[in-house]
Design a protein around this ligand. Sequence first.
Ligand code: ZN
Ligand code: ZN
Length: 335
Amino acid sequence: MTNIRDKVGRGLVSLVHWFDTDYGNENMAAILAKPDKVEFVRVLPFVILHLGCLGVFFAGWSWFAVGVAVALYLVRMFAITGFYHRYFSHKTFHTSRAAQFLFALMGATAVQRGPLWWSYQHRHHHKHSDEEEDVHSPTLHGFWWSHIGWITSGRNFPTDYSQVRDLARYPELVFLNRFDTVVPFVLAVSLFVLGHFLSVYFPSLGVTSWQLLVWGFFISTAVLFHATSSINSLAHLLGKRRYDTEDNSRNSLLLALITLGEGWHNNHHRFMNATRQGFYWWEIDVSYYLLKALSWTGLIWDLKPVPRAAYEAAYENHHSIPAAKHLSTVRSPRA
Ligand SMILES: [Zn+2]
Ligand SMILES: [Zn+2]
């Protein structure tokens, strides 16, 4: 009887967590001490996100809906790599408080939880990469756990604010982190309403409200999740290792293309403070190009350069790579 009551109680708390991710999470030490266990009620929205893709059989498609899906994939991938990762997690450039909040909002549309949770988990990954404590190491815990399993585990849901104190100083970021699900909900409803508006006023587009919801939200978000996740899983398994880091991180052009630059993961693990992750012109890093362009507008500034040591170490390891003195992109250490 007590067992059933406990289960119902836990299920109800999981339900509350759909909307308020910080509810009852005061004792982080106790939460982190728990073993990994899939929280089925808590991950239902994630399951629904994937099932929603099947709506394509009912809603059909149109060029407009597919275009919206692609555009939202690209914009939100940039928000994840450019803002959640290179700004919030690593602070590789500076910006204003207002822009910081805007970046956090954009990141939250990607349905990868709040900016402080993302940064906390990511910093933890860098600290313990491919060690037992790493919550998503494919070499230690298997491909599927590193790709998707770890985010279903109860102990990985809460944000340990003590590990992101620099971000937790801003109440607006903490608020957004706590109620992050509101953002994708608003996005989904907006797409549905927009689809209805377009179907009434621009019928020649052939788009419907269900199409925009299925393509723009469900399909785009599910693909976005798996592409981002491939950096946790595949980028520690496939590709080349330029730097002999203690983890198993790798560089992969294919992963860099689908994630707008995150595939240069071995570069990043070795020099995580640089804004740029593709260190050479042939290492395509679209997020860096966009961040560079944003810096010209004055919205962001102080992008941290790739240190000279990165080029020197690369040359030492692989002589086919140009020596640092021949590279125009290399700045002196004080630059
Ligand atoms: Zn990694
Ligand atoms: Zn990182």
